[in-house]
Design a protein around this ligand. Structure first.
Ligand SMILES: Nc1ncnc2c1ncn2[C@@H]1O[C@H](COP(=O)(O)OP(=O)(O)OP(=O)(O)O)[C@@H](O)[C@H]1O
Ligand SMILES: [Mg+2]
Length: 291
C-alpha cells in the first residue's frame, strides 16, 4: 500500500516535470535502428549490413534494410533484387516510402539507394528533411532498421550519426582503414556523446591481425579521447563471401557453416542491437540534427 502510494507520487512528479514514460523510454512502436558505417570505402559495410538484416529477418524480426549509400547503392545486388523505386523517388515525392520497398532473403525488406541518381549524391538540407519526413512512418512498421551508409562523413551519414543510438563501425586491419575509422568514431562521439559504438574488423587474415588491429584502435581511442568503442568481433577473409556476392545471396544464408558466416552470425547477436532505440524516433532526431 505504502509502495503504491510512493509510486503514485513519483508518477505525479514525473507528470509535473513533463517527464512522461515516453520521453524517458523509447516509444515501443518505434523500430530499433542500427547504423553501419566506415571511414574508408570497401571495408565490408554492405556485406555486413545485408547479412545482419537477412539473418535477423530469418529469425522472425521485421527488418528493413535502408541502403543510404545513396546514388551508389549496391545492397540490392548483394540480395539479388532489382527494385523499381529507391530513395530518390521517395525524396522527390513520386512514391511513398512503403511503396518503394521490395522483399528480399529471409523476408527482409529493402529500400534501395538508387544507382547513379544525381539528386541523392549531394542532397540539400531541405531535400534530406523531406526524405527523413517521408521515411519516418516506416519506423512504426518494423522491429529493426539496418542503415547501410556510404564510406566517410557525408552530410546524411553525419546526420544519422547524430540521430542513432547504436553504430556498427566496419574496418579492416590495415592502418589506413583503422585511421579513417578512428576519425569517424571521433566525429560520431562529437555529434552524439551517448552513442553506443561497436567495431567489426572485417576481411582479416587471422586472429593475430585482428587482435593487433583492435589493440591499435582501442589504444589510440583511450589515449586521445579517453574512451573507446566495443569490439563486436572480427570476420575472416573468406572466399565464401566472394561466392555469395556472385550468387547474390547473403553468405549467412548461402554458406552458413563457412568461417565468415559464423563470424557474421555472432556479430548479428551483438546485444546492443536488441536495445537500439533513442528517446525519440530516429528520423525525427535526424531531422532535428539537420537544423
Ligand atoms: N570477409 C570477407 N572476406 C572476403 N571478401 C570480403 C569480405 N568482406 C567483404 N569482402 C569483399 O569486399 C567487397 C566490398 O565489400 P562491401 O561492398 O561490403 O564494402 P563496403 O564497405 O560496403 O564498400 P563501399 O564503401 O563502396 O560501400 C565485397 O564485394 C566482397 O567481395
Ligand atoms: Mg557499401
Amino acid at each position: 500500500m505504502i509502495d503504491t502510494m510512493g509510486l503514485g507520487r513519483i508518477g505525479a512528479y514525473r507528470r509535473l516535470l513533463g517527464l512522461s514514460r515516453r520521453m524517458e523510454e523509447p516509444e515501443p512502436e518505434s523500430a530499433r535502428v542500427l547504423c553501419v558505417a566506415s571511414g574508408k570505402g570497401g571495408t565490408g559495410k554492405s556485406i555486413l549490413a545485408s547479412n545482419l538484416a537477412a539473418l535477423r529477418a530469418s529469425r522472425g524480426e521485421r527488418v528493413l534494410l535502408v541502403d543510404f549509400d545513396a546514388g551508389l547503392a549496391n545492397a540490392h545486388l548483394l540480395l539479388g533484387l532489382a527494385p523499381q523505386y529507391d530513395l530518390s523517388h521517395v525524396m522527390q515525392g513520386q512514391i511513398s516510402a512503403q511503396d518503394a520497398l521490395v522483399e528480399g532473403p529471409g523476408g527482409l525488406k529493402l529500400l534501395s539507394g538508387g544507382v547513379g541518381r544525381h539528386v541523392l549524391a549531394n542532397p540539400t538540407r531541405r531535400e534530406l528533411d523531406r526524405l527523413f519526413k517521408a521515411l519516418r512512418p516506416l519506423e512504426g512498421e518494423f522491429d529493426l532498421l539496418v542503415v547501410d551508409h556510404g564510406a566517410g562523413l557525408g552530410y546524411a551519414t553525419v546526420t544519422h550519426l547524430a540521430a542513432t543510438s547504436t553504430l556498427l563501425l566496419v574496418t579492416n586491419h590495415e592502418v589506413t582503414a583503422l585511421s579513417d575509422s578512428y576519425a569517424l568514431y571521433k566525429r560520431a562521439h562529437l555529434v552524439n556523446p551517448h552513442i553506443t559504438v561497436g567495431v567489426v574488423v572485417n576481411r582479416v587474415p587471422d586472429q593475430a591481425a585482428a587482435d593487433s588491429a583492435w589493440e591499435r584502435f582501442r589504444g589510440a581511442s583511450q589515449r586521445f579521447l579517453g574512451h573507446s568503442p566495443e569490439l563486436v568481433g572480427w570476420v575472416p577473409a573468406d572466399p565464401a563471401v566472394s561466392r555469395s556476392v556472385d550468387a547474390r545471396v547473403p553468405v549467412g544464408l548461402l554458406e552458413p557453416d563457412s568461417d565468415a558466416a559464423r563470424a557474421i552470425q555472432s556479430v548479428s547477436r551483438w546485444a546492443p542491437i536488441d536495445h537500439a532505440r533513442s528517446a525519440r524516433p530516429f528520423f525525427e532526431r535526424a531531422r532535428s540534427a539537420l537544423r
